[in-house]
Design a protein around this ligand. Sequence first.
Ligand code: N7H
Length: 485
Amino acid sequence: MAQQTAPPLDLDEIQGDVLIGMQKKAELFISFKIADAARFRSRAREYVAGRLTTTRTAQERDRQVYESRRQGARRTGDWLGFNLGFSKDGLTQLLGPDRPHLDLAFERGAQHSDTIAALNDPPVSKWKAELRSDRIDGVFLIAGPNPSFVKFHANTLRERFGTTIKIVDSEMGEVRPGAQRGYEHFGFLDGISNPGVRGLTRPSNPIYRPDQGLPGQDLLWPGEFVFGYPGQSLTHPGEPGPEPEMAAPWMRNGSYMVLRRLEQKVPEFWRFVREQAARLGMNPDLLAARMIGRWKSGAPMELAPLRDDPRLGGDDRRNNDFEFGDDPEQRRCPYAAHIRKVYPRDDAPGGEPETQRHRIIRAGIPFGPEVGPGETVTRHSRGLMFVCYQTSIERQFEHIQRRHANNPEFAGGKRRPSGGAVTPGYDPIIGQAPGGGAREMDEPFPNYPAGNRRTTLEMPRQFVELTAAAYFFMPSISALRTVLT
Ligand code: N7H
């Protein structure tokens, strides 16, 4: 098939966190209510619209980081990253009750009882107290090289908005210190795999792999993540499909953001892993890796099924270059492993075109302190400020959480080597059973390269607990300058 060229992206219009992710060692999430809409609008026009970090800026900063690392520099620029999103209530504050209605899931919101029931989320009464607010209108994302830099800019912002807003909550995310930088709190390398975007991500091998950015990173049509561009075709993963519908023209170059504050029970997770590994007669690091689908170093189970390979984990030309279809009996990586559930690659029942319609771009950051010496039971709130972008919350984030992670039958149609049917079980990291009930996952013990030992991992409790969630729309720069303000 002839290569189809992607339409040029409006890099000066799309907020910087959406496609590339703003450079962030610290990031403050400030949730707020609009107290005086007219004055808020004029301040947003005056102080915000021209200062938002765009995709072009984020791209240029990435280039500078790459260049300075290549020249051996350890530090990069002290850049301020600044983005803004509005919830359904925020849009109503700005545009009035007759405003156009956006995506159904967005209009329902993350706090709605139907959303909570659909996703098996814990009830709002169990969320972080500040975020149980009756209304959150928007969120400022302020990113920078360290928390004090970010707080300084947050204070300036607060002064500028004065009484036009009421701050509901501020949560500081921060990358983990020292050698743990880039690793999430359970100790696994994160930020390895995100979809590439046609028209933005350059193929590293344009002749032989024109449809991939880095090896294994499939390029998707931008409409999956930003409004106003073709999305994925329903029948062919490489071809463009229709543009996602916009309820209003000002949605162009905008995106939906899902924000979830996910607490991680780190000492409890590792104690459970050690106990279960002893029961199964296997190494605890191997069991944890089979729950996630990658080793701590990032090395994928598909390419390193029995022991970690840190060189593979750190090599971005190899660490994402695999499929699951080559592992039809979960000998290398369990069907329920986190990364296999959330992105089954070529192994989803509907095939590749179907899989690629349920992708997200992740841009989260850890929060909370390191586990202290002697902290054998979690005493401090820590975890992941999970952030992802998409043009349909229902078809993308909610589908992954609901139809894959929370669905013990997914991926369906699997058979044992002996012929019996398989129930893969829940995603052991983020899967949630109704009412917070117990979960199971199939085949924690590897039958690699051969064998037929049947094992099950029973997980009476969650090690990742949702403590707040919200849905926002990240408008384009010009929507913020005009219609919304
Ligand atoms: Fe996950 N973890 O440490 O176990 N995740 N995740 N995630 N996640 C990934 O590939 C983790 C969460 C995705 O393309 C890695 O970049 C934790 C939610 C997707 O192959 C690790 C939490 C959702 C991918 C973790 C958490 C997802 C992915 C490997 C919560 C969406 C890419 C690093 C506290 C519903 C899969 C990497 C791919 C990767 C972990 C949350 C989705 C280590 C601890 C809520 C799509």
